[in-house]
Design a protein around this ligand. Structure first.
Ligand SMILES: Cc1ncc(COP(=O)(O)O)c(C=O)c1O
Ligand SMILES: NCC(=O)CCC(=O)O
Length: 423
């Protein structure tokens, strides 16, 4: 039973969990015993439709056959060599073929490692120290990024994580998303090594960039000799094979990847222009290393996932699922709200009329969203337990599952409205 595991876990782990967002599921997190297509099967024997999908990597759903087989095949051959292996060359070629900004790549083990190293890389390459980041963007759990970050950082009310030296905080310049004036001001006033951004915000709910903002950042950074990092840990291979940069036709200098490129196993990657990437050790003097870098199992799962994305209609199915659900739910909601969807990423902001940055997203009614999450979970539909996370769909979300989901939204929204009316 989940409750028994939860009781033990609270003695074993800080806050009972190994990543904070998981503790937001109330009254206690359910424990999963199996993932199958669009479903999670819990320790309590419940079958739940999953729109969290491991927080993004599982664009094909849980345990898709092709990916599972490729992982099993690799398991037979061993899973850690401490030497290069053929499969890292194969995955690198695929990513470099698809991602416009990628000429060379370094595999690491998480999105956190990817952005941490990308920031070090742009600092090393330019010889400058300042970084511009955006309010509510989340780049993982390292010192350079935990300043007004989205996701669980903001959900738990942390603006700057304790433990980060002040001198590091001073190197990070903060702008509001979709505010080009702020970026221009800092680029003029300061010696900025790099601008790091999520090309579509996915860690403060979903917030798309305005076209002139994303194109303007590219032009401005080029003009000031500042490198542009797109953090495509969520959007890479989710918004199509060429990611957000392909979707918007804006090519950054450096791209960070993670999640989908590992097919659900731990991964991260830094990719970019050849001369920039050649600053990384052993070619250059920006240090990176890792026992598990390019480990064969993550490579195998990533390769099989990208092959499926290339050869099936996975994008059509997952995008259509998000489109239908977002449109239907949008129509059902009778209160002020904003619905944002980009491809197979979506989120609803309740009680507000416009959301173009984190400050506006913060005004959304968090408790109403949590209520929605809780009631849906009781009905067998799992959306993230935080308004700041993204609702994802996958290629395994069939018409039946979508219809089931819409019915549950209808039921729950009716009850939430009644609750509100009676209070
Ligand atoms: C945009 C973005 N960057 C970086 C990260 C960190 O990735 P990881 O959790 O694999 O360290 C995340 C995680 O959600 C993310 O959404
Ligand atoms: N959007 C943020 C994440 O996906 C992170 C997941 C986690 O920290 O467990």
């Amino acid at each position: 039973m989940s409750i028994n595991l939860w009781k033990e876990a609270q003695q074993l782990f800080a806050g009972g969990v190994n990543s904070p967002v998981r503790a937001l599921v109330k009254p206690y997190p359910f424990y999963t015993s199996k993932g199958e297509g669009p479903f999670l099967i819990t320790e309590d024997g419940k079958k739940i439709v999953d729109y969290v999908l491991g927080y993004g990597p599982l664009i094909l759903g849980h345990s898709p056959e092709k990916v599972r087989n490729k992982i099993m095949e690799q398991v037979q051959k061993g899973w850690l060599y401490g030497t290069p292996s053929r499969i890292e060359v194969e995955l690198a070629k695929k990513i470099i073929f698809h991602i416009p900004s990628a000429q060379k790549i370094r595999f690491v083990n998480s999105g956190t490692e990817a952005t941490m190293n990308a920031i070090r890389l742009v600092r090393g390459f330019t010889g400058r120290e300042k970084i511009i980041k955006f309010n509510g963007n989340y780049h993982g759990a390292h010192d350079y990024g935990l300043i007004e970050a989205g996701s669980a950082v903001s959900e738990y009310g942390i603006t700057i994580s304790k433990g980060i030296p002040k001198d590091i905080v001073k190197t990070v310049l903060l702008c509001e998303y979709n505010d080009l004036t702020c970026v221009e001001k800092y680029l003029k006033e300061e010696n900025v090594a790099g601008v790091i951004m999520e090309p579509v915000m996915g860690n403060y709910g979903v917030i798309p960039p305005k076209t002139d903002f994303i194109k303007g950042i590219r032009e401005l950074t080029s003009a000031f000799g500042t490198l542009l990092i797109f953090d495509e840990v969520i959007t890479g291979f989710r918004l199509g094979l060429s990611g957000a940069q392909g979707m918007f036709g804006v090519v950054p200098d450096v791209t960070t990847l993670g999640k989908i490129i590992g097919g659900g196993l731990p991964i991260g990657a830094i990719a970019g222009r050849r001369e920039i990437m050649d600053s990384i050790t052993p070619a250059g003097e920006v240090f990176n290393a890792g026992t598990f870098n390019a480990n064969p199992l993550s490579m195998a799962a990533g390769l099989a996932t990208i092959e499926e994305l290339e050869h099936t209609n996975a994008y059509e199915i997952s995008n259509e699922a998000a489109k239908v659900i977002s449109q239907e739910v949008d129509q059902m909601m009778k209160i002020d709200h904003v619905t944002h969807r980009v491809g197979s990423m979506m989120q609803f902001f309740l009680g507000v009329k416009e959301v173009k940055n984190a400050t506006e997203a913060k005004k959304a009614n968090k408790s109403l969203y949590l209520n929605l999450h809780e009631q849906l979970l009781k009905e067998g539909v799992f959306i993230p337990p935080s308004q700041l996370e993204t609702i994802f769909t996958s290629a395994s979300h069939s018409q039946n599952v979508i219809n089931f989901t819409i019915d549950k939204f209808r039921k729950v929204l009716r009850e939430i409205k009644n609750d509100k009316g009676s209070s």
